[in-house]
Write a protein that binds this ligand. Sequence first.
Ligand SMILES: [Zn+2]
Length: 448
Amino acid sequence: MRTRIVFLLVLALAAFQVSCRRQDAPGSKGRPVVVLLGLDGADWSLIDPLIAQGRLPLFKEMKETAAWGALRTITPAKSPVVWTTIATGKTRQKHGIDDFRRSKPNSKGKYPIVSSLDIREPLLWEMLEGRGRRSVLVNWYVSFPPQPFSGMNVSDYFADSVISRSPDREKHLLQSVFPPERAAGLVKGLDSDYRRALKRTGLPDYPALAEEIGDAGRLADLPVLHEIPDMVRREEVVTETAARLFRTEKFDLFAAYYKLPDEVQHIAYIALLEESFRRTMDLAARGGALPDDMAEKAHARIADVVCPVYQNLERILRGYFEAAGGRETYFIIVSDHGFSFFVRDGRVRYNHIGQEKAPDGILIVRGPGVKPGKIKLARVYDIAPTVLYLLGLPLDRGMDGKPLHRLFTFKRESGYVAYRKGKMKAQGDNSEAEERKLQELKALGYIN
Ligand SMILES: [Zn+2]
């Protein structure tokens, strides 16, 4: 009798160990992982004409084999607001990121740009930490100073520190990554040379292209053009860093953010199309709105000039898909808004801020058990709950969205809990990077 009890105890212990081991190995069989990829400003109205021309085979394949659709966003679609909503599942009133800058001045009377210290609600990676799960974060919007959680946080100041020529570069690099001791290893072997980046990515030299097309005098007034080389260099740092970490780190959630589509789309209409084309558009919009057929024509022109940016995104996505291997991996690919035409002061504009209703972003969900086809209604609030749902974790009670269960052939149980905000780590000082961010936001026309 006693031997039997001992035998049963041994069996129970073995089973317990197996289940523990499973807990310890993110991405092991039976435990799905989620990869959340943010493509700022990506828009179906640009992707679709390029698919039709056979220039984006991977997006075409995703539309045939994955769930895809529009992602309804917040108006006005300010990127830090929307990306924080995507990562919390909550409204801007709740999470506290309401704009590019803080609404209250600091002791020097300045309005600093928002930082991770302003976020009042738990982010996905903080929720995961409380459940013993590991996250890897690369370049997420409003992630500086990098807050500690189980995993790695390569903040949105990292790429800027890599390309910086500041005498404080080393210090800034350490401050831009959690845990800081990983910074040195991350920088090793990174190549951020502009010309070589163009070669690798297949991107054209957009400032030179603008000079060719436009009249040089007017273009000199467009500060954003001078920022483009650094934007490309930073994107390459992010791309390479994320690709390496994706291959080498263990994680339950991997999240990376890419900014270049938004940045190039900001200059596409004003600097990369001929003046005569814009005049034709202004004339067509005399009635106060751009007629649909003209808008379609203009979208096709813009799609043509931004095509290399989307082809580069395909290169990035293909890298992820190939490296995912046999793991049960769910890819959630999102943009925070699209871009659309509207008329103000008698001129046609192409932007994502300024309209009555912000243009929708994109959403693609790919993985085992995902029903292919068009997604009917999805909102930026639904992304964080869907990530938790796929990971088999309870939802946060205060979330404003719901998991998109209808996209999957399976149904998972998910209760509710009240997740707590992680303990925040004080601000590292990188006023140089903050100053450059301010310049960039000004160049893009976001702030005055
Ligand atoms: Zn954006």
